[in-house]
Design a protein around this ligand. Structure first.
Ligand code: MG
Length: 294
């Protein structure tokens, strides 16, 4: 099932998407419950509601504005770095990898975060200031959305805690990432976390075989598969939750494959006006335009 957060008549709503009909059916939720996007639905399901609230008349998708499924995450977005073999090597060789001393392929997941205020929706602007960074890069990533909370979650039980998935573009200022040994600043600039265009429930996606791609101005740059992750989703959940309680609505971006701008010689950074389109099979396409805000 695909669930979207969207604006219709300037009101934020949550609804079920029908791809064939190209419609979204709003769920019967009070306006104050839709402010956190799909968070209300996840909480209802975690509390044991098997059924979704009733839906009302379907609305054509082309008359709504899709937003990030979780427009205001309750806390930082967890992210995993260097989690595809091919990308781990391209990044380690780039000269911008402040973790390179540990070797190209990490022995344990590299976990960092993006501040929640960096989240933006599909079809919005990724804004940057060339005086702050001139090395803006894209990273398509499968993002896991946590349902049932927990601490000390084992690999074996990890999938019971997954509610579903969405797409995140882990936009990165490479020069800032390289300057500071912690990656948060280079990853958390305002608008550097496009998310969407919808969320899908756990059963809709096969973690062992799902295509992951990125185009910049219609040029295919990243073309991989979730089956090629170094640390799989259960391992990531086990690692983070060992002593950090995962909460309902937490988001974990699982890492990006090869083909990011830094991997090219010379690097292909994004510039004003570029359009970046991230696709994950079964979820959809997340498109954003770069904008020089200076
Ligand atoms: Mg990343």
């Amino acid at each position: 099932m695909k669930i979207a957060t969207f604006k219709f008549n300037n009101e934020r709503r949550v609804g079920v998407v029908d791809d064939e009909a190209a419609t979204v059916s709003p769920l019967d939720l009070a306006v104050d419950r839709t402010q956190q996007g799909i968070q209300a639905i996840i909480e209802l399901q975690v509390a044991g509601s098997a059924l979704l609230p009733a839906t009302s008349t379907p609305i054509p998708l082309d008359s709504v504005v899709l937003e990030a499924p979780l427009p205001h995450p309750r806390r930082n977005v967890f992210c995993v770095g260097k989690n595809y073999y091919d990308h781990a090597h391209e990044f380690s060789n780039s000269g911008f990898d402040s973790s390179a001393a540990q070797g190209a392929v990490p022995q344990h997941p590299i976990v960092f975060s993006k501040v929640p205020e960096s989240v933006t929706g599909p079809d919005t602007l990724i804004e940057y200031d060339p005086a702050i960074s001139s090395a803006i890069d894209y990273e398509v990533e499968l993002a896991v959305i946590i349902g049932k909370p927990g601490r000390g979650i084992s690999r074996e039980n990890a999938m019971d805690h997954v509610w579903g998935y969405t797409i995140i573009n882990d936009v990165t200022a490479r020069d800032l990432q390289g300057r500071y040994s912690q990656w948060l600043v280079g990853k958390s600039q305002d608008t550097f976390c496009p998310m969407g265009p919808v969320a899908v429930t756990r059963d809709d996606l096969d973690l062992a075989d799902t295509a992951v791609r990125t185009w910049v101005n219609d040029e295919l740059r990243q073309d991989s598969n979730t089956g090629l992750l170094i640390f799989d989703v259960p391992t990531i959940i086990q690692t983070i939750s060992e002593g950090v309680t995962l909460l309902t609505g937490d988001i974990i971006a699982t890492g990006t494959p090869a083909g990011v701008g830094i991997g090219f010689k010379p690097p292909k950074y994004m510039v004003d006006g570029d359009v970046v389109r991230c696709e994950i099979e079964g979820i959809g396409q997340l498109e954003n335009r770069l904008k020089n805000r200076a």
